[in-house]
Design a protein around this ligand. Structure first.
Ligand code: SF4
Ligand code: FE
Length: 516
C-alpha cells in the first residue's frame, strides 16, 4: 500500500471498529466528530498531507530500510545520522505549521527503540522477538500506520515498585498466559494521539526486577481491540472549541489544530503471540525505556522549536499591531527568544549528528546530548512564553469574548477602543492575542509548555541519565593532571586504565610541611 494522504488517513480511522471513548462524562457515539478530537486529528493529518507536498516531500519521507520503497518518515528505521537530523528538521516543520503536538513521534521512537532492543535481547537470551518485530515494522510502514507508543503506567504509590503496589494493576501486566497469547490488564496515562491511532505499541515504563516478569511486556495491538477504553483528557480552555461558528473559532485561538491525550485502560485484552516482543525478560525493560526515552528526548529538540517559531512570530506580529515593533527593547526581546529557541534546535541537531549505528542496524542518538536537549526543553520554552506574554500585553487575558465582537450593540465600541497601531486591523490584532493566549495558557500551552516539562520524562528523569552518562571520573583526570603537572603519557594511561588514578609522587606528600 502506498503512503496515505490526509483524506485516506481520515477514512482509515473511520473504518476502525467503534472505539469506546468517554469525554466529559459521556460515551461518544462518533468520537471522530467531536470538536476536540476532530481538531487533534487535523494535526495528525498534516503528517500525511505534507508528505505529498512537493516542497516538503523529501523531508517527510525516507527510503525504507526493509523494502527500499518510499515511506513516510514517521514509519522509518533511521539508517544514518542524516536520517536522525532530518527527523528533527521534519518535527520543527510540523511544529511550525500546527503550533501544537502532532502526536506521531511516539510511535516512531517506539519503533526504533523496540527494533534495537529485540535484536539485543535475542542475541543475549536466544529469544525470537526481532524477526517478529521486523514483520510489525514492515506492516507499519506499508500501511502507513499511526502507532501510539504506550509507555507511561499510572504508577500508584511512587514509593513502591510495580509488584509492591496494593493494587497490582497500577502497572500494566500480563494477567493470564494462554496457548497462543496473553491477556493484559492495566492503564497507560497521557496517551498522546491514542484515539487517532491505528495501533498501540505497549512497553514497560520502569526497570524491573526478576520477580516482576508479568510487568515485562512489550506488544502491539489494534487501537480498536476489544477491552480497550479511552477516557479523554481535559485541556485548558478546551470548551472554546465548542459551539462552532466564528465566535468559537476566534476564541479558540488556533481553531483548526489541537493535541490529544487520553487515559487508556486495558481490561484483560488478548494479545496473540505474533504481536508480543517481550514477555518476561525483565532485564531488558530498563534498556528499552532508556533507548526509547533518548529518542523521544531528541524529538523535543524539533517539535518544540517549531512551536517556538510560532511564538516568536506571534511576538513580532503583535508588536507591530501594538505599534511598538521599532522599540529597541522589543527588538532585543525577540533576539532573546530566537537565541533560546535556536539553542534547543542546536541540541536536537547535535544529538542526532553525534548518533551511531546500533547492532540491530538502525541509528541511535547521542543519549547524553539528547537528555541535555530535553532538560533544556523543560526550561527555555517557559522563558520564551514569558517574553511573548510581556510583548503581548495584558489584553491577552482581558479581551472580551468574540461574541461581543460579533454583537452589533458592542462591535462598534470594541472596534474603536481595541484599535492598535494606525492602519492595522483590530480584528487581526484580536485574533493574534487569542493565539498567544492559546499558546501560553490554553490548549496550545498543553503542548508547548506542560509537554515540554513532562513529555518524554520529567526533568529529574533526564538528570538521572545525565549523571549516569557524563563521565565525571574522566573529567577528574583532566583536572588532576593539570594540577599535578603529569606527563601526556601518564594522563593517557590513566584515562585508559580505570580513570581517576592520578597521584602525586609519594615523596611529594612526604615533603609537605606537617601542620602542628
Ligand atoms: Fe511529537 Fe512533540 Fe507531540 Fe511528542 S510532544 S508526540 S515529540 S509533537
Ligand atoms: Fe510527548
Amino acid at each position: 500500500m502506498a503512503m496515505m494522504n490526509a483524506q485516506q488517513y481520515r477514512d482509515s480511522l473511520a473504518r476502525r471498529k467503534p472505539l469506546k471513548v468517554y469525554l466529559d462524562g459521556k460515551l461518544l457515539a462518533n468520537p471522530l466528530e467531536h470538536p476536540y478530537i476532530r481538531t487533534s486529528m487535523n494535526t495528525v493529518a498534516l503528517t500525511y498531507e505534507l508528505a505529498h507536498d512537493p516542497e516538503h516531500r523529501q523531508l517527510m519521507t525516507a527510503k525504507s530500510a526493509l523494502t527500499g520503497a518510499t515511506v513516510n518518515r514517521f514509519c522509518h528505521l533511521h539508517q544514518s545520522t542524516e536520517d536522525l537530523i532530518n527527523k528533527v528538521r521534519m518535527q520543527r516543520l510540523l511544529g511550525q505549521r500546527c503550533g501544537t503536538c502532532f502526536q506521531r513521534c511516539v510511535g516512531l521512537d517506539a519503533l526504533n527503540a523496540v527494533f534495537a532492543t529485540t535484536f539485543d535481547m535475542d542475541r543475549k537470551l536466544g529469544t525470537q522477538y526481532h524477526a517478529r518485530f521486523r514483520q510489525f515494522a514492515l506492516a507499519m510502514e506499508q500501511n502507513d500506520w499511526i502507532v501510539d507508543g504506550a509507555m507511561t503506567d499510572v504508577k500508584g504509590d511512587r514509593a513502591k515498585r510495580p509488584a509492591e503496589q496494593q493494587d497490582k494493576d497500577m502497572y500494566l501486566r500480563v494477567v493470564e498466559r494462554r496457548p497462543g497469547g496473553v491477556l493484559i490488564r492495566g492503564a497507560k496515562a497521557h496517551q498522546t494521539g491514542s484515539v487517532n491511532s491505528h495501533m498501540v505499541l505497549v512497553m514497560p515504563t520502569v526497570s524491573l526486577k526478576p520477580d516482576e516478569k508479568d510487568y515485562a511486556i512489550t506488544c502491539a495491538l489494534p487501537s480498536d481491540s476489544e477491552g480497550i477504553t479511552y477516557i479523554y483528557g481535559r485541556q485548558s480552555c478546551d470548551e472554546r472549541k465548542l459551539g462552532g461558528g466564528e465566535a468559537s473559532d476566534i476564541d479558540a485561538g488556533s481553531p483548526t489544530y489541537g493535541g490529544q491525550e487520553a487515559l487508556m485502560i486495558f481490561d484483560d485484552v488478548f494479545v496473540p503471540d505474533a504481536m508480543i516482543f517481550m514477555n518476561g525478560e525483565t532485564e531488558f525493560a530498563a534498556p528499552l525505556v532508556d533507548v526509547f526515552a533518548s529518542y523521544h528526548r531528541q524529538s523535543y529538540g524539533g517539535c518544540k522549536v517549531g512551536n517556538g517559531d510560532v511564538a516568536i512570530g506571534a511576538a513580532a506580529s503583535i508588536a507591530e499591531y501594538n505599534g511598538v515593533a521599532r522599540a529597541s527593547h522589543i527588538k532585543d526581546k525577540i533576539v532573546e527568544m530566537n537565541h533560546l529557541n535556536e539553542t534547543l534546535f542546536a541540541c536536537g541537531i547535535a544529538c542526532s549528528a553525534n548518533g551511531r549505528k546500533l547492532p540491530a542496524g538502525n541509528f541511535f542518538v547521542d543519549a547524553l546530548l539528547a537528555n541535555v536537549c530535553k532538560q533544556n526543553v523543560t526550561r527555555l520554552p517557559y522563558e520564551i512564553a514569558r517574553i511573548l506574554q510581556d510583548i503581548a500585553g495584558g489584553l491577552m487575558v482581558t479581551l472580551p469574548s468574540a461574541k461581543d465582537w460579533l454583537n452589533p450593540q458592542t462591535a462598534g465600541i470594541l472596534k474603536k477602543y481595541l484599535a492598535g497601531a494606525a492602519g492595522m486591523s483590530t480584528y487581526e490584532r484580536m485574533r493574534l492575542l487569542r493565539l498567544i493566549e492559546n499558546l501560553t495558557m490554553g490548549r496550545g500551552a498543553v503542548a508547548y509548555l506542560t509537554e515540554s516539562m513532562h513529555g518524554a520524562g520529567s526533568p529529574q528523569a533526564q538528570r538521572v541519565l545525565i549523571s549516569r552518562l557524563a563521565n565525571v571520573e574522566e573529567k577528574k583526570v583532566y583536572a588532576k593532571s593539570l594540577a599535578l603537572n603529569n606527563s601526556v603519557e601518564t594522563v593517557e594511561a590513566a584515562i585508559r586504565s580505570g580513570l581517576g588514578k592520578l597521584r602525586a609522587p609519594k615523596a611529594a606528600d612526604a615533603a609537605a610541611p606537617v601542620k602542628a
